[in-house]
Ligand binder design. Structure first.
Ligand code: GLN
Length: 478
């Protein structure tokens, strides 16, 4: 059984194919581990909000992922399976259909193992905003796993799932991957359909992967990309996603932006980052400074744009169509008000108020219009930088995993966690976080960002880093 846990998803697929592992053993090994964590509630890691009772049935399950168990962030709609986006307001909601990203993984043979805990409506950087309790970091249970895809990240790091899907609006795949010592990929905006993802900020939300290694990220992404008639912002990916193979970085130009690699980043994180750059040079890469002049304004723009879109997206939760409805309301407006009062947590209410304010007449131009102009500048900065270098490197998060409760009283301190990841989200470009060492015994993430649709080259570059850095994540396995 412990041998099974050593396998990446790609290796497990190979073991299934050559008959050295059975689908039943693989699925049941993970299912039992996930179910035990779920049964332990907050005494465990609290990674899951739902765990399958048995492997998916059906003689016709086939495809490149046949028999591979998959954990999926709660906010992906899954037909007949609770999909609550970490919120009380969607408690018990059973969608009538499955999100395209999940459906494509299932069509390739993957089986739904579990739904993972997350910050409510993906708003947060620590998983402490979940209505279903915080997730714990398997490296240190007194610390957060990051967020908002914290359940997915902790589950993969702990060996409770071979791999998982997450979503990233401003860093929610990359930052928890960094804090849990695994690989997190946010693809180009539009590369994977948003259909069936419970929306937070539609112009930023992007599905992606949390995996043990870079090859697994490529394996999953390859199944999920492509135009979907149900999402008008989805795009046909210009080429097939390939498994990465690069071992060297000869001739690759890597840009390091001063704006995202200095002030505000913990010394131990910068040390690991510096060591990764040194390794890259040994592998043949050239390191060059690049300018992202507007990146320091990314967080401010994001915290106008994302709440503005959220205030609109979350208007649909009114007690009429989905999930919970406040009881004993005398009339309609009271029913709406009480449902939203009882159903939303504090952070969600804060964002709805911020967003509604930013969009209100008279303020629209001062806040939303301005933030959109900053967003354009940020995208232009990246275009300029990518004329000089192939990829941009930064630490993924400014700190290692922090303690549970450490930042809950200070929303601004919490928002600062996304300092290095938000610029790429605003620009819609792909970025990956891979583990690049330990600081104070906790994982540090290296973020590599590339131009839109550069995923194949990005994954190859990340693969060369991964081989050279040889990070050992086994200490997190439970
Ligand atoms: N932490 C950021 C926020 O709270 C990003 C979340 C995300 O990417 N979903 O908005």
């Amino acid at each position: 059984m412990s041998d099974v846990l050593e396998l990446t998803a790609l290796a497990a697929a190979a073991a299934l194919a050559d008959g050295s592992l059975s689908r039943e053993e693989l699925f049941e090994t993970y299912r039992a581990r996930a179910a035990a964590d779920r049964a332990a509630g907050e005494q465990g890691l609290n990674c899951f909000t739902w765990v399958a009772e048995h492997a998916p049935e059906g003689p016709a399950i086939s495809g490149p992922l046949a028999g591979l168990p998959l954990a999926v962030k709660d906010l992906f709609c899954t037909e007949g399976v609770p999909s609550q986006s970490g919120s009380r307001i969607l408690e018990g909601y059973l969608p009538p259909y499955t999100a395209t990203a999940v459906a494509r993984m299932q069509a390739a043979g993957a089986g739904l193992l579990a739904k993972t805990n997350q910050d409510e409506f993906a708003m947060g950087s620590s998983n402490e905003n979940s209505a279903y309790g915080p997730v714990r970091n398997p490296w240190d249970r007194g610390r957060v796993p990051g967020g908002s895809s914290g359940g997915s990240a902790a589950a993969v790091a702990a060996g409770l799932a071979p791999w998982a899907l997450g979503t990233d609006t401003g860093g929610s795949i990359r930052q928890p991957a960094a804090l849990c010592g695994i690989v997190g990929l946010k693809p180009t905006y539009g590369a994977v359909s948003r259909y069936g993802m419970i929306a937070f900020a539609s112009s930023l939300d992007q599905a992606g992967t949390l995996t043990r290694d870079v090859a697994d990220a490529a394996l999953a992404l390859g199944q999920m990309t492509g135009r979907d008639a149900c999402d008008a912002t989805s795009l046909e990916f210009p080429h097939a996603i390939e498994l990465p193979s690069a071992e060297r970085l000869d001739g690759i130009r890597l840009g390091v932006p001063e704006e995202l690699t200095g002030e505000g980043i913990e010394a131990g994180v910068l040390e690991c980052f510096g060591a990764a750059l040194a390794r890259a040079e040994e592998l043949g890469a050239r390191i060059e400074p690049v300018k992202l002049a507007h990146a320091p304004h990314a967080l401010s723009a994001y915290y106008v744009i994302a709440p503005a879109e959220a205030s609109s997206n979350l208007a649909r939760f009114d007690g009429v169509r989905y999930g919970m409805r406040a009881e004993h309301a005398e009339e309609l407006v009271e029913m709406y008000t009480r449902t939203r009062h009882d159903g939303f947590g504090a952070e969600v209410k804060r964002r709805i108020m911020l967003g509604t304010y930013a969009l209100s007449s008279g303020y629209y131009d001062a806040y939303y219009g301005r933030a959109q102009r900053v967003r354009t500048k940020i995208a232009e900065d990246f275009r300029g930088a990518f004329a000089e270098v192939d990829f941009i490197l930064t630490p993924t998060a400014p700190t290692v995993a922090f303690e549970l409760g450490e930042k809950t009283g200070d929303p601004l301190a919490m928002y600062l966690n996304d300092y290095c990841t938000v610029p790429m989200s605003l620009a819609g470009i792909p970025a990956i976080s891979i583990p690049c060492g330990l600081s104070r015994g906790l994982p540090v993430g290296l973020q590599i960002a590339g131009p839109a649709f550069s995923e194949n080259r990005l994954l190859d570059t990340a693969h060369a880093f991964e081989l050279a850095l040889a990070f050992d994540g086994s200490a997190a396995r439970v």
